[in-house]
Design a protein around this ligand. Structure first.
Ligand SMILES: Cc1ncc(COP(=O)(O)O)c(C=O)c1O
Length: 489
């Protein structure tokens, strides 16, 4: 374990918070000096600054109390959703610029943070292996997906959009918003990866505009067979978009400090390694710093290999984009105002924790190791079964049913969910559910009876925090103990 790397986070018990405190003091004093020194001949408008500001004091106290009702996303006991502690550089980068509130829509709204954003994008392009291309940050993965599909629709002007039935819900919604009637969901295999035979059946029937492959599906973190999809691309020609909102940063595990492929052994499976390397062969990518990139929310990204897709969505306005020799990101993006502070947060984070195997990659190796360890623990359990082997770091599992009956699995699994989730006050651990439609359940668990045609309910643990390997998998062992105990009640 790299102690210095791990200390770039506040820590589940606030272990490193004094470092943050020192830097926050510095940010505030710099801000004060900047304001005081700007145009020094100007007079101060404030005659007095020491007020008895009881309203603020009272409201802030109440506000702090209220803030504690939020779930402890920072803690390893919270494994329900894709939530983790932002890194210390993220907090510092964000706070520094939030105080002056830049807007990266246009260069004039945030000259420094726009340049930072472009540097972050250069780094992301390097990390995904694009030699040419362009991109920008977005407020999240859904917006990145939407912009990519909008650009593709207007560039190609015809054809069907294909994606697997376990894709993020934004895809269907975006097709509706963009008036794309011709979209088709493709069934998945036992590992929740797009069934490429079914995809080819469809490609034979209808000309494709785009195939969207998942590199880290939302439910199980599954990684589609990009290698097979690229073979189909040669035959049927289509735009390949990869939704790597969740999984894209795992490519950093494979890269050395110069962003070349490292020879170091990794904990990734052969399948995942291969698909991560092939990310560079796609035409566009969604990749979210606010998921596995250690940055706080508000940081998605869309990357395009072909810069022509940028010009197709060009937008101008008479009142902005004045500095045309500079990057005006809003001219080529779906969104208007976007926080420059978020770009600064990404910038500082990747200066300190680079997206290669010395930084983000090392952190993510731990999440993979933890997830595989937990898979083995469930394999050894008398009370639980794994749904599938995790491609990344999301584990789905369910209560064993000796009768091999889905109704029984659901009843037993829901009893556990009700005590280890948001459904109860102060649970010992927080997990989420992954619910599979009956047809998918039949593919994944063909030996199970399902006379009532029910959806299958499984427990879902997202091990995206790098702390699960620490102290000999301390929190994973605790989680297993709790799960076994609850199964006996
Ligand atoms: C694979 C995938 N794509 C897209 C999204 C949407 O991202 P966002 O919630 O940032 O809009 C998610 C969110 O979980 C996701 O898992």
């Amino acid at each position: 374990m790299n102690d210095l790397l791990f200390s770039q986070f506040i820590g589940p018990k606030g272990e490193n918070i004094s470092l943050l405190q020192t830097f926050i003091e510095k940010i505030l004093s710099e801000q004060k000096t900047w304001r005081a020194d700007y145009s020094p001949e100007d007079i101060s408008l404030y005659k007095k600054t020491e007020y008895n500001n009881t309203k603020l004091i009272e409201e802030f106290e109440k506000f702090l109390e209220r803030s504690k009702k939020h779930f402890p996303f920072f803690h390893p006991r919270y494994a329900a959703q894709m939530a983790k502690d932002p890194s210390i550089p993220t907090i510092l980068g964000y706070l520094t610029f939030m105080l002056s509130n830049p807007n990266n829509h246009a260069y004039e709204g945030g000259p420094v943070t726009t340049e930072m954003e472009m540097e972050v994008v250069e780094l992301l392009l390097k990390m995904v292996g694009y030699k040419t291309g362009w991109g920008h940050l977005t407020s999240g993965g859904s917006l990145a997906n939407m912009e990519a599909l909008w650009a593709a629709r207007d560039f190609y002007n015809k054809g069907t959009v294909y994606f697997s039935e376990v894709s993020h819900y934004s895809w269907k919604r975006i097709c509706k918003i963009l008036n794309i009637d011709s979209f088709k969901e493709i069934s998945v295999d036992k590992n929740f990866r797009m069934n490429c035979d079914r995809l080819e059946d469809e490609l034979k029937k209808n000309e494709a505009m785009m195939v969207m492959a998942n590199l880290g599906s939302t439910g199980t973190g599954s990684v589609d067979d990009i290698e097979a999809i690229l073979e189909l691309k040669k035959k049927y020609q289509f735009h390949l978009h990869i939704d790597a909102a969740y999984g894209g940063f795992f490519r950093s595990i494979l890269l050395d400090e110069n962003y070349n492929q490292s020879l170091q052994k990794t904990p990734l499976s052969g399948h995942v390694e291969k698909q991560l390397l092939l990310l560079s062969e796609s035409d566009s990518i969604t990749i979210d710093p606010h998921k596995q990139g250690s940055v706080s929310y508000g940081a998605g990204a869309v990357l395009y290999k072909n810069e022509e897709l940028r010009d197709i969505i060009l937008n101008t306005a008479p009142y902005t984009y004045h500095k045309l020799d500079k990057p005006n990101i809003g001219m080529f993006s779906l969104e208007g105002s976007r926080s420059g502070a978020t770009a600064a947060a990404c910038y500082l984070t990747y200066k300190v924790i680079p997206p290669n195997n010395t930084g983000i990659g090392e952190l993510l190796s731990h999440t993979i190791v933890a997830s595989q360890k937990f898979y083995q623990m469930i394999e050894q359990s008398e009370n639980y079964d794994n749904l599938n082997f995790p491609d990344l770091d999301i584990n789905c599992f369910f209560r064993k049913s000796n009768k091999k009956n889905i109704s029984e699995v659901n009843e037993l699994t829901l009893a556990i969910y009700s005590v280890l989730s948001v459904e109860t006050e102060n649970p010992e651990f927080m997990l989420s559910k992954f619910v599979l439609a009956p047809e998918i359940a039949k593919t994944v668990l063909p030996e199970y009876e399902n006379p009532k045609g029910e959806s299958l309910i499984t427990l879902r643990a997202v091990f995206m925090k790098h702390w699960y390997t620490m102290n000999d998998f301390y929190y994973l062992k605790k989680l297993i103990d709790v799960l076994e105990l609850k199964a006996k009640h």
